[in-house]
Design a protein around this ligand. Sequence first.
Ligand code: ADP
Length: 459
Amino acid sequence: MMKAMKRAWTNSSLRTKWFYSIAVTIVGVYAAVCIIIYAALYAWLSENEKGNAVRTVDDLQGYFSSQSVQISVNDLQQQTGLMKAILTQEQTVRLYSLDGVELLQINDFSSRTPLLNETSRTIEQKVVDDQDVYVVQDVITIGRSAVMIQLIHPLTSFQAMMQYIVTTMLIMGIGALLLSGVISYFLAGHFVKPLLQLRNSMLQVKERGVSANTLTVEHGKDELGDVLHIYNEMLEQLDESFQRQQQFVFDASHELRTPIQAIEGNLKLIQRWGKDDEEVLEESLRISLDEIARMKKLMEELLQLARQQKVDYELALNIVPVIEQLKTEYAPFIHVQIEVENCLIAISEQALVQITRNLIENSLRYCSEEPNIIVKLKKQEQFAELTIVDNGVGIAQEHLPYIFDRFYRADDARLHVEGSTGLGLSIVKMLVEKYGGRIFVQSEIEKGSTFILRFPIKK
Ligand code: ADP
């Protein structure tokens, strides 16, 4: 039974769970409040009834003592009218002699009930004529004789009152339950609606891809609105990244097609003429080999971009000797100025060499006069700053924001610059950022370019 209920609860919708939780809580709290109020009222009112019964006995006793000492029970029989006025509506009083003989009766709402064998005042609750009553019994004096008085106080009006309270509580309870049910049903619906929207959108995305997202965020700034907002942003980013990947694959295939077409053309030339013409054969083979070399470079660079190696944050490379080595490698076009003795950076030597080579080779490649490259290394607060200044052709302002993009070449006219793949700077940027650095560029057409790299220094 418990298990079945648990299963039903787990399988029911959020809206149902919400609805039942609120309803059960409201009913529970209401029932607890009602029970407490009922118990308090019951205690208070029943104490009140008891007080009324005792007060009547006291009043009668006062009345009897105010009479002359000569008065007898027989005399009193003539004055029952006055005594009736002392009793409240449905009380019945009987006077007995001490040996139990009934002497006098005032009112007759309740039948007789046996006397208790007690001489002091007793108050007991019992049932007389199927009716709950308080019975007060005492010994009093009338004139010179002692008599037993017994008052029967029915609890009819008290019970009617309690009945009335219970009925009112029940009716109000049902009303409150219905009202809270309606409110919680709509409230639950209101809260669950964005979740349902999210679910539907997720289903659509699952079936038809990220671009099929139809979720419109109208849910304000609460937590659910926040979730929808983040979800939408996430999908937008995913969509963008998918498109970028697609563009990358498209560009890569396009780049590979050019050398392949060139090789194909040259092989056909060889097939047709090359067997007899030494010159054609030689020239075609040379072009084909060049194209293959270009393709090889492109493939290597693509692989490099695709490789997602883990960064080793424990690395600490003194970059001074690595930069110094550039002097011999690129003499006589390079001037290296190092303002520090040593400089530790969390980078692998291979990555640093690759970064500097790509930048310097660009400076050599995009240069119309005798290249003059200055490489500076200095410390700048917590950063090591490596600057590469060239006297090359420069990059126009409109191209500057894009030169780090994959396959971007600043000028179509340079498409055929030897060794140009449009990937060099994107590899540089990828490597720099991978090791926690940043790269900036300044350039002026016909004057030259400056690339600035900043890496956090290792203590
Ligand atoms: P590429 O393989 O074409 O050199 P890069 O990503 O290295 O690709 O460079 C992107 C473009 O930025 C180049 O095509 C070139 O137009 C421009 N560029 C890069 N470095 C320089 C430089 N030092 N001087 C002038 N232009 C440069």
